[in-house]
Design a protein around this ligand. Sequence first.
Ligand code: B12
Ligand code: SF4
Ligand code: SF4
Length: 331
Amino acid sequence: MKSNELFEDSFIKELSIRDIGYTKLSQPMSFDHYNDWVNEGKHEPLGYLADHRKDLRSDLKNYYPEFKSALVFAFDYSPQKKSLEQFYNSEKSNGLKISSYVFGFRGVDYHIELRKRMNEVLDKLKQNRPGLSATYTLDIHPVLERDLAYKSGLGWFGKNSMLINKNFGSFFMIGSLLLDQELELEENTLETDHCGTCRACIDACPTDAIDVENRTIISNKCISTWTIELFKDAAEIPGHKEKGSGEIFGCDICQDVCPWNIKEQEKVPPGDLDHLSSTKLKEFFLSRPISEIEKDLSEMSNRGFITKFKGTSLERSGRKGLLKNIKLYTD
Ligand code: B12
Ligand code: SF4
Ligand code: SF4
């Protein structure tokens, strides 16, 4: 059986799972690539990628000793991406931009929402396999997730370093269940490179953050690092203010120009952006005069910010981080 035939279509669709990969390999294929990247300092200022957890990534068994196989999920947010683009192109937009993944999962922080969805999947799996145990990996764990998705056949490493799927592009998040049993599934073949001679992402990146030789990102040049990971006053990314196009949380530019995403956006129907958290974010940050937002954030307490945006991805940067990002467009 193929991994994407494990569950009923309606169940998969309800959880926005676009595809499922499967692998029994516990060792990544690109740990050396990661190691070199860290040794060259390209992870800076993201210290958590280089500390005692670095080498844990060399084998999934370091994180989950019982590992026998993994189900790897592509959680799709391309429909919400399409709606957000329509909003940015409308008169309602104030020119500021928040990355589309933030709106992808009902506006709820994907760490919270996708964990719930993977628990639902696990409950379903356990119905026929009562002894099964598992743990999940989602972003913050010491696992090379793109490598895991690559190994399980979900896509290739694009020049922009995104894991790209030939059928649905790169607007998806990766989440996995590491299992203590093998499943009766065929392993998928590895996807080949479909970037060819294209350079669209490299030419579009406003801060030259793409290291094309290694297909990696120089973190301290990336707008995503600056707007999501640096919480307080921080030195500006050289060139960002001049060349940035309104990004105040994350950056989608190198994905927006990718032909594999453009193709997907042409065919995907727009998704719902009207869930409570999404509406709150859109109304506060994306629809009002920028000076008004700056004033509100300056006068708000940290506690007030957390109360208002609790459970959304923006809680990570906090009030000060967002204020720093917005000031780029008011000073
Ligand atoms: C640190 C991090 C960042 C950093 C650094 C990004 C980077 N590209 O390294 C920053 C803050 C900049 C960032 C930004 C974003 N991130 Co991020 N991030 C991570 C995190 C936590 C670790 C990534 C990492 O280890 N980087 C180090 C590099 C060296 O490793 P890598 O990215 O995995 O790349 C592999 C390939 O390049 C491969 N490789 C390259 N060439 C070749 C060739 C061969 C032959 C082989 C075998 C391998 C190979 O080797 C590398 C090591 O495995 C992962 C979650 C996780 N635990 O993995 C999410 C993750 C990569 N991020 C994700 C997302 C969505 C984003 C953003 C789109 C968010 C946004 N809109 O702002 C941007 C995209 C920026 C970009 N173009 O990459 C998703 C990507 C999903 C996907 N479809 O690929 C992940 C997987 C989170 C998730 N659970 O879904 N991120
Ligand atoms: S996310 Fe933005 S800044 Fe980072 S590499 Fe892509 S285009 Fe460049
Ligand atoms: S824009 Fe072109 S080079 Fe960049 S990831 Fe997409 S296909 Fe590859």
